[in-house]
Design a protein around this ligand. Structure first.
Ligand SMILES: NC(=O)c1ccc[n+]([C@@H]2O[C@H](COP(=O)([O-])OP(=O)(O)OC[C@H]3O[C@@H](n4cnc5c(N)ncnc54)[C@H](OP(=O)(O)O)[C@@H]3O)[C@@H](O)[C@H]2O)c1
Length: 176
């Protein structure tokens, strides 16, 4: 079981543009599948965790007011504020990520824990020594500014590479 940060990024290291738009990503063939695709990745995920901006983006762009939470696995959202809820196994948290990690791992029931993003949240897991892998899908675009992929110094080891349609995919392990 591993704690994995899986995300798509521009080649200059931004996972959303300065307006939190993902148009640069969603305009591409993100469902092409392939050896390191999201479709393959999600098959091994048992629980997930994300920050408040990512959660808000999902509510605003992917879900209508009546929709239930789209993931059938236990999901955590980190925020200091009050966020709209959806029915489903959705748990809200704040503060250091370390104390909750074991609970997330147990909830994943032998599968992997997906750190959806953003980059700083993934960095908080890395700071606590709890991040095992980083999976990056590089879109062929530069954004110049936006939400950073990983705003930390972090040593990685390249484990695997693949091409999926427009995307160059890389899987790294975190060097401890
Ligand atoms: N390209 C992709 O595949 C991809 C993947 C994921 C996300 N995204 C996008 O990237 C952007 C990421 O936004 P972001 O950089 O702002 O990151 P984010 O992690 O989604 O949100 C940051 C917010 O999470 C909360 N937070 C984080 N750590 C916390 C902690 N330990 N305790 C309590 N609250 C905590 C805080 O919210 P409060 O201010 O509420 O306290 C913080 O402002 C979003 O637009 C998202 O849609 C893209």
């Amino acid at each position: 079981m591993a704690t994995q940060y899986f995300t798509a990024t521009s080649i200059d290291g931004f996972i959303a543009d300065p307006e939190h738009s993902l148009s640069w990503l969603l305009s591409r063939d993100i469902d092409a599948g392939g050896p390191m695709s999201y479709q393959r990745f999600i098959e091994s995920v048992g629980a997930l965790v994300m920050g408040a901006s990512t959660y808000r983006w999902l509510l605003e762009h992917e879900l209508s007011a009546e929709d239930t939470w789209p993931y059938d696995m236990p999901s955590w959202v980190f925020s200091h504020g009050e966020l709209p809820k959806r029915s489903g196994d959705l748990r809200f948290a704040q503060g250091p990520v370390g104390p909750l990690h074991q609970e997330m791992v147990e909830a994943a029931a032998g599968r992997n824990l997906w750190v959806v993003g953003g980059g700083d949240l993934a960095g908080q897991f890395a700071d606590a020594g709890l991040l095992d892998e980083v999976w990056v899908q590089y879109a062929p675009v530069a954004l110049g500014a936006g939400a950073p992929l990983l705003p930390r110094r972090l040593e990685l080891r390249l484990m695997d590479v693949a091409r999926n349609a427009d995307f160059a995919c890389a899987r790294y392990s975190v060097v401890r």
